[in-house]
Structure formats: structure tokens, C-alpha cells
Design a protein around this ligand. Structure first.
Ligand code: GLP
Length: 261
């Protein structure tokens, strides 16, 4: 696991976008796993800039999103379909048929989940999976207690997640109670993971993810087992790393990027 501490959110976003752009340049038909939430927005903005100013070509890129709320129509302004369209897809030259976001209104959700897993396999598996992290340590909507080998399925949202995500809705009661999410096993099947976190309220989750024991109660800790996991965080999200970490101290003292393997 590689930990990269950047001085702020902008730098964190830039390095994540650079890694994705490098993949696309080397493999134009790359399969990229995408995340929602506020954390990846800077990365998406940088990818849009690269497309517009540097001609980064998404015409053959295939994407699979991590999750979607059950019951929200793709046109609903809080659905992850809508989020992806507004914040990335409509600004780049990706083909709509190459983008995949779980269908929160699928008539047969179990069948849909099986199909989503098959679609990922048939695409040749995910080259880079982008991840955020919940303040409770969830990845995608794999809440504490999720099976570490799980595949795409429906999960009940944790009360902490509902509380955290209520800011995107008019009130807490409007937050859906269920979501379709790639499983932890699905995520671990990606060839490379990039986990992003920014800000103080992610510091505890990041400390446990990087330094804690692997446990289903903090699903993100599973990334410790991935052979190619890169954790890119800003210095606020790094504040609770307790291990002796001179590189991080270097960054905190303003000496630039810190890396540790
Ligand atoms: C949601 C998503 C996660 C995301 C998390 C953190 O719960 N399902 O994939 O990582 O929010 O969101 P934010 O980046 O807004 O903190």
C-alpha cells in the first residue's frame, strides 16, 4: 500500500487525475471504476480540464460506478446517475453506452446485481478503481459489518451514512435507506485502487484504514491486502496517522509531497 500525502485538496485531486490520465494514454480502452461524493469532484474537474485543454480522449474508455441509491430514478437530482452526468460525463467525449451506473429502479434488483458483476468481468475487469471513504470507514456503500468477500448487492445504509449524506437532500428523511453497491470482493478485483480522502472528518477513518487491523467493521481496511493500492490524502486527513511517518512530517512542514510504501 502506498500512502501519498498532498498539501491540500487541489493537489490530491491533481495527482489522482494524473494517474487516471496516464492509464488512459497507455490504454485508450481502459476500464475505470468511478466514485461519487464530494471527494472525487476535484479529480473529475481536472480530468475535464485535461480533456478540454490537452485532448485527453475518453472515446474508448469504459466506466463502472460503485453504487446507486435504491428507488431514485436516474433523472433524480440526488441520484448518482445524475451526479455522474452533471459532474463528468456531459463534459467529456465518453460514449453513454460505455458508462455503467447501478440501476436503482431495476425491476429485478437481484438479477441486476448479478448482471453488473458479469458486465465488469466481460469488460476485462477494472483497471483503476477510484474510491472515497465514509467517515465510518465504508467504501462504496459497503457499511461496517459488510462481508469482505461480498459482490454487488443491496445494502441497508448505516445511520452515520444517512446523517453524512443528508446534506445532499432537503432533510434526513429523504435520504434513501438502501443502495446497490459493488461488493468489497468486486472492488478488490480491480487491478489498482486509488482511495482519496480530504479533511479532518476523514482523519480517524484514514488512520484505521492505514494502520488498523483489517476488519469488516471498517471495510476500507481491506485495501491493505490489495497489491496495488494507493491512498492519496491531504494533510488534514493525515493528522491521525500515529505511526512514525517522517515523510508525512515532511509534508506537514511544507516540504511538499510525502510518499510511503
Ligand atoms: C457516499 C458514497 C461513497 C463515498 C462517501 C464519501 O456514501 N457511497 O462512495 O466515498 O459517500 O463521500 P464524500 O466524498 O462526500 O465525503
Amino acid at each position: 500500500m502506498e500512502v501519498i500525502v498532498e498539501k491540500n485538496y487541489e493537489e490530491m485531486s491533481k495527482i489522482a487525475a494524473e494517474l487516471i490520465a496516464e492509464l488512459i494514454k497507455n490504454k485508450p480502452n481502459a476500464v475505470i471504476g468511478l466514485a461519487t461524493g464530494s471527494t472525487p469532484l476535484g479529480t473529475y474537474n481536472e480530468l475535464i480540464r485535461m480533456h478540454k485543454e490537452e485532448g485527453l480522449d475518453f472515446s474508448k474508455v469504459i466506466t463502472f460506478n460503485l453504487d446507486e441509491y435504491v428507488g431514485l430514478h436516474p433523472c433524480h437530482s440526488r441520484s448518482y446517475h445524475y451526479f455522474m452526468k452533471e459532474n463528468l460525463f456531459k463534459h467529456i467525449n465518453i460514449k453513454p453506452e460505455n458508462t455503467h451506473v447501478p440501476d436503482g429502479i431495476a425491476p429485478d434488483i437481484l438479477k441486476f446485481c448479478e448482471q453488473y458483476e458479469n458486465d465488469i468481468k466481460n469488460a476485462g475487469s477494472i483497471d483503476i478503481q477510484l474510491l472515497g471513504i465514509g467517515s465510518n470507514g465504508h467504501i462504496a456503500f459497503n457499511e461496517p459489518g459488510s462481508s469482505l468477500g461480498s459482490t454487488t448487492r443491496v445494502k441497508t445504509l448505516d445511520s452515520k451514512t444517512i446523517e453524512d449524506n443528508a446534506r445532499f437532500f432537503d432533510n434526513r428523511d429523504e435520504v434513501p435507506k438502501y443502495a446497490i453497491t459493488m461488493g468489497i470482493g468486486t472492488i478488490m478485483g480491480a487491478k489498482k485502487l486509488i482511495l482519496l480522502a480530504s479533511g479532518k472528518n476523514k482523519a480517524s477513518a484514514i488512520a484505521t484504514t492505514v494502520e488498523g487491523p483489517i476488519t469488516a467493521m471498517v471495510p476500507a481496511t481491506i485495501v491493505q491486502l490489495h497489491p496495488k493500492a494507493i491512498i492519496i490524502i491531504d494533510k488534514l486527513a493525515a493528522t491521525k496517522l500515529t505511526r512514525e511517518f517522517p515523510a508525512v512530517l515532511g509534508t506537514l512542514q511544507g516540504k511538499g509531497r510525502a510518499r510511503d510504501n
